[in-house]
Ligand binder design. Sequence first.
Ligand code: GTP
Ligand code: SPV
Ligand code: MN
Length: 614
Amino acid sequence: MADSTAPTLAERVVADAPTSYAKLLDWVKEVVELTEPDSVVWVDGSQEEYDRLAGELVEAGTFTKLVEDKFPNSYAAFSDPADVARVEDRTFICSEKEEDAGFTNNWMDPAEMKSILNDAFRGSMRGRTMYVIPFVMGHLDADDPKFGVEITDSAYVVTSMRIMARIGADVLKKMEETEAFFVPALHSVGAPLEPGQQDVAWPCNETKWIVHFPEERSIWSYGSGYGGNALLGKKCYALRIASVMARDEGWLAEHMLILKLTSPEGKSYTISGAFPSACGKTNLALIDPTVEGWKAETLGDDITWIRAGKDGEFRVVNPEAGYFGVAPGTGWSTNPNAMRAIAKGNSIFTNVALTDDGGVWWEGMTDEVPEHLTDWRGNEWTPESETPAAHPNSRFCTPIDQTDMLAPEYSEPNGVKLDAILFGGRRKTTIPLVTESFDWEDGIFKGATLSSETTAAAVGAVGVVRRDPMAMLPFIGYDAGDYLKHWVNVSGKVDAEKLPRIYLVNWFRRNRDGGFAWPGFGENSRVLKWVVERLEGRADAQETPIGFVPTPESLDLNGVEVSDSDLEDALKVDREEWTAEVQSIQEWFDRFGDSLPDSISSQLEGLKQRLGAT
Ligand code: GTP
Ligand code: SPV
Ligand code: MN
């Protein structure tokens, strides 16, 4: 019989905690009582702790240690084949009112959802260690640091969070000292262990719940250990919950990369870019410019927080500390900057293939394909195999400060002035290589109607065109129409002449033979050069019904082979394609009902008129 006077685990955890922050201790105690872990670890974020956890993950079979000379201090993990991407149909925004979640989100009544989640989490950490990870998205020294605490029963999540966010003891200290608000982010793989039960390498649950309570600013994630489902600082906090904070506080939380570009004259510009998942943010963020004399430095590859600065300008900051980048297609020829960062080690690879000499490989990493591999499922693989060696959504998780071309402004707690915004998607047809908006409202219209063919980053069909406003469709934490209204309103926070100019880009348009019309990757620097020259009032453009498109001569094509017909296919504004596009945009807008701002629906009317007029 247990001694009824012995302290419970929850009581011991509180007594031994490295903090006296009552609000946090209360929550931790509550979670221990609900989930019933075997033990609790307060994560301090140190290297020793990381190495210890990685060692335990190797022992558990979750991690494979990679060959030290090629991939120092790096590991490969292989997930359950049914846990490989974000699960959008299991993702919920549980606002008090259904209309506040809007038509782009799944919704359930918060009380009903809490009851389901309480049942799911009850005893869900039995037989496991529970980790408490204090983290901050953005800088600890920011004017308004955004804190969170993730509680998880996955050591894989702890090691990955240490790469992706600023975590640990100093964050906890500041949180306690300032009695800061923090987002409670609860995660369980949903695989409790009975006494003596053997664990599996990748525990997870068939049933998954990725749930956000926007009013209470809390996150509950159950059943998955993968990426955006489980690293809760990323999409759940820095986009879904942060977008709600941003709406209430007058800023923007966006699915954007940030790039600093310096011209041969030494003038620097900051450009952010919103492209849907697996549509080229990491690649553009780490671009190696092919165009003479231009220098690129990166600030971020996935998430951007945009706030008004003191001088009437928008400033951007990357709230993350690492890359969780798509592995396939990242190679020495397409993205050498990413490859160099990865080669420095300290990385976690998930669902890539293993080489026979203890390294990793994925499609597109090298031009030469290895003769023999172990694929992401653990099967023998040769070039004759019919399935890819790496899962299409396999990822590298690498600290951003290993990037040689990291811009020094990355360490500015309150960010850097924003000069231009790119909206981009993956479209085989219709959308030209680059189009400059007529003005801010037209730019928001271009963002609101952004569309892309779906990718492997989320579970579901691949290659289907869907509208993805500002590349935020799966990440807007509230009503999509209100989100667009917020974009319109937030422009009032800065001086009109300091509003960034907005461009629509498409690296993926096909030519008349079905190939890519534009070479992409480093050659996208030629488009960036045109964008900057437009900001400086130097580059030519032709005015079309959809905006300003480069004249063929205005793009610098020195040193690249692009045939006249490819260039024409990349730049053309085709009336027939746009007639169909307008129809499809109308259908998209109809789904918003009353919630679509007039200033955006009137943009569609303007476009229809311009298309009809000539
Ligand atoms: P998330 O991390 O899911 O948000 O994705 P991301 O937007 O950062 O996508 P990423 O840069 O990882 O690119 C995804 C895929 O697009 C990779 O397979 C790339 O090889 C491919 N890609 C990126 N840029 C280009 C380009 O300019 N042209 C072509 N053809 N493919 C590209
Ligand atoms: C995305 O899907 O947009 C990602 C990967 O960046 S994940 O972190 O899984 O959301
Ligand atoms: Mn992303």
